[in-house]
Design a protein around this ligand. Structure first.
Ligand SMILES: [Fe+2]
Ligand SMILES: [Fe+2]
Length: 272
């Protein structure tokens, strides 16, 4: 468990009673450090995510889908830009950071499962290291990951950090558009006998990858601090449960099976 100082406990109490921070406010180290973790993780994920989607502007199956993919790529780039700007206002050097990392890097092995490990030194959530190889992957990514991100970002609507709270409303709306695109396309692929089996195969591959996004249960203490600092509302386990409930309902309706996920028993097959 965390060992909090008296000062930390007073800060938690103030935040609970409505204390907020702005970019120019003096922040206790514990607040700044945890805020930075979450902002960098979001910014790098949005940016890497946008780059991962980008090839699908040209590879989407028809003209209508090409427009939708282009819109999604634009949204992710905008989300990244908004969050990097917040980081710049906090004195970070995001331009140098973007030049220093290979954001378009993807693991070459299409069937890889890296568990909770990181592949490079950027801060993206580790699902963004996997390649989107097929159109089915793109649709599943919208269906699963944009939904997971939407759930996670929802908590930021009430963040104790004001610039983040102000930025997140439109980001959440756009994430909803992405996951609605995932729902529509995955449903269509599931209802077509020519695509259903392959869709299920790819769902089996992506499921543990997306479940890992919610973190290891043993890291629950880390989550506790985000909640105490007003940077999250729910534990990862609570957010994951809400996500799984939604996915389960839809998969059941469309005749898809969700594979079993046991955190400790994943067949990891890629060493970093
Ligand atoms: Fe996004
Ligand atoms: Fe998205």
């Amino acid at each position: 468990m965390n060992n909090y100082t008296q000062e930390d406990l007073e800060l938690f109490e103030d935040i609970k009673n409505g204390k907020t921070f702005d970019s120019t406010d003096l922040m206790p180290d514990i607040y700044r450090k945890n805020l930075m973790n979450l902002l960098w993780m979001q910014a790098d994920s949005e940016y890497a995510g946008g780059l991962g989607y980008m090839p699908w502007i040209a590879k989407a199956p028809n003209a209508h889908e090409r427009v939708l993919v282009a819109q999604i790529v634009k949204d992710e780039m905008r989300h990244a830009h908004v969050i990097y700007r917040i980081l710049d206002d906090l004195g970070e050097r995001t331009h140098d950071h973007m030049l220093a990392h290979e954001f378009d890097y993807r693991i070459p092995d299409d069937l890889a499962n890296i568990g909770f490990s990181r592949v490079k030194k950027d801060k993206r959530v580790n699902i963004f290291y996997y390649n989107i190889t097929y159109w089915e992957d793109f649709c599943l990514f919208n269906f699963l990951m944009d939904r997971a991100a939407g759930h996670q970002l929802e908590d930021t609507l009430e963040s104790s950090f004001i610039p983040w709270k102000n930025a997140i409303g439109t980001i959440c709306k756009e994430e909803h558009m992405h996951l609605a695109h995932g729902d529509k396309t995955v449903k269509a692929l599931a209802q077509d006998p020519n695509t259903k089996a392959f869709l299920q195969e790819r769902l089996n591959l992506w499921w543990p990858r997306v479940m890992n996004v919610f973190g290891k249960s043993e890291n629950a203490a880390r989550n506790d601090i985000y909640i105490r600092l007003g940077l999250k509302k729910r534990t990862n386990a609570e957010v994951r449960d809400a996500f799984v409930t939604e996915i389960t309902e839809k998969c059941k309706e469309w005749g898809l099976t969700i594979p079993e996920y046991i955190e400790a028993e994943q067949p990891l097959n890629y060493t970093v």
